[in-house]
Design a protein around this ligand. Structure first.
Ligand code: 2AM
Length: 472
């Protein structure tokens, strides 16, 4: 029988959950995994009624699929994707479609697409966000590649995606690696939002000396207001979680060394290559790097002086909560602003022709960075004259104007307490830098001209100038 509507290669957690989601929408799926035992185990756990069957050889897998074949790869990005493409290419035919659902680097996606295009096989880079639960019940999907290939998988992707205001959180984003690029930037923004939340937690824990559960209940309350978002919501749960029989919140027992897989770093690297500032996204990557230096930090903690420790929690906790809510919201806005600014430049540089309103639209639900802010962001980019940067859209001008005083107070307090806030602080510096009609780059230019004769431009005359700086 060759009638499955899609084949899924790779049965790790995300793969398994996507298979179940697709089958629940009534599509027939054939699954395959390199390690056969994993396939057998998976097949034992599922209800026999579901339209899922398993293949144990690649030939069998490919032969079960209706033509044009649709094969979704859910294997590790990098070497695994490369190896699997090598295996599949000789078995597939022209017009077949391969979707890569992993976090492949966008440049690799371009290479794979080229390699398969030589055989007439279409390659779609498919960003998938939402973690395990998203994959199972509705992720945000970010596809890019040949548009006609997208049309051939559109009904499946639309059926399994999350919904926002009745619309599926999936849309064709652009040609080539557009989907994986957008997913990469999504993750960069995710890093920044997570770091900002962690800093607020730190200010309340180390600064105000509140217990985790109380901090958690604040996040829970914030999630009912303007900060409503997946990450704020789960933080409320996390901080209030105790293992059965434990006298301590689990969060107090978790090692403070953050890990990463690379998408956040890639976002910063590409932003640097394109010359687009994304300081808060980069600060979050750096904060994770510093966290990994645990033994050095422990030694430095015994040597380096900070301010005198706070001996009692701040008197006005309500005020503090309000200020932190404002600072976190403003930082979220800056993280989105930096991410979208990067997308705008990347779109021009790589010919993605991205529609930023569409990107905001499919991030409104299903994905890790979903938040109520994204509807306002969508509306901003859908307006007839969208601004170059989110910060200057009237809605966000007002939002930040109303919060900047509290935001400054938080950063100021953090500095006084010696609690590092690279995300909250870099976002504020980005805001202040962006709203500065004049920056001190005149001095940078003068220095460059002084030691390297790099020349400078003048405000009062057109041209390139060089001064004889040491002339008396
Ligand atoms: P495995 O179960 O055989 O290890 C996440 O690790 C997924 O990627 C798993 O399904 C894993 O298969 C698969 N994977 C990792 N490396 C692979 C490779 N070189 N070829 C095929 N699948 C691979």
């Amino acid at each position: 029988m060759s009638n499955s509507q899609i084949g899924i290669y790779g049965l790790a957690v995300m793969g398994q959950n996507l298979v179940l989601n697709i089958a629940d929408q009534g599509f027939a799926v054939t699954v395959y995994n390199r390690t056969e035992s994993k396939t057998r185990q998976f097949m034992e756990t599922i209800n026999a009624e579901k339209p899922i069957d398993a293949a144990y050889t690649l030939e069998e897998f490919i032969n079960r699929l209706a033509k044009p074949r649709r094969v979704l790869l859910m294997v590790k990005a990098g070497k695994a994707v490369e190896a699997v493409i090598e295996q599949l290419a000789p078995l597939l035919e022209a017009d077949d479609i391969v979707l890569d659902g992993g976090n492949s680097h966008y440049k690799q996606t371009e290479q794979h697409a080229e390699r398969l295009a030589a055989h007439g096989i279409a390659y779609l880079g498919l960003g998938i966000s939402g973690g395990e639960a998203g994959a199972r019940h509705g992720p945000s999907l970010m596809p890019g590649g040949p548009p006609e290939a997208y049309s051939a998988v559109q009904p499946i992707l639309e059926a399994i995606a999350a919904e926002a205001q009745g619309e599926p959180c999936v849309a064709w984003l652009g040609p080539g690696s557009a989907g994986h690029y957008v997913k990469m930037v999504h993750n960069g923004i995710e890093y920044a939002m997570m770091q900002a939340i962690a800093e607020v937690y730190d200010l309340l824990k180390r600064g105000a000396q509140l217990p985790a559960e109380q901090i958690g209940s604040w996040f829970e309350q914030w999630n009912q207001g303007v900060l409503a978002s997946f990450l704020v919501e789960i933080t409320g749960h996390i901080l209030q979680y105790r293992e059965a029989g434990s006298s301590q919140p689990l969060i107090d027992l978790i090692a403070d060394r953050a890990k990463q897989k690379g998408t956040g770093k890639w976002t910063s690297q590409d932003a640097l290559d394109l010359g687009v500032p994304v300081p808060t996204l980069s600060a979050a990557v750096e904060a994770r790097l510093l966290s990994a230096f645990k033994p050095e930090r422990k030694r430095a903690a015994t040597l380096l002086q900070g301010p005198a420790p706070v001996s009692h929690p701040p008197a006005d906790l309500k005020r503090l909560a309000q200020n932190l809510e404002d600072a976190l919201l403003a930082t979220f806005v800056c993280a989105y602003a930096q991410g979208f600014s990067l997308l705008r430049f990347a779109s021009a540089e790589y010919d993605y022709n991205l529609n930023l309103a569409t990107v905001a639209s499919i991030w409104r639900n299903g994905c890790i960075i979903r938040s109520d802010l994204l509807e306002a962001i969508r509306q901003t980019f859908a307006s007839p004259h969208p601004p170059a940067n989110l910060l200057t859209a009237p809605y966000f001008v007002r939002l930040l104007a109303d919060r900047q005083v509290a935001w400054r107070a938080v950063v100021q307090q953090a500095v006084q307490m010696g609690v590092p806030t690279p995300a909250l602080g870099s976002a504020l510096a980005y805001y202040d830098g962006y709203r500065s009609a004049r920056l001190p780059a005149n001095l940078i230019q003068a220095q460059r001209d002084y030691f390297g004769a790099h020349t400078y431009e003048r405000l009062n005359e057109i041209g390139q100038f060089h001064a004889d700086w040491q002339a008396k």
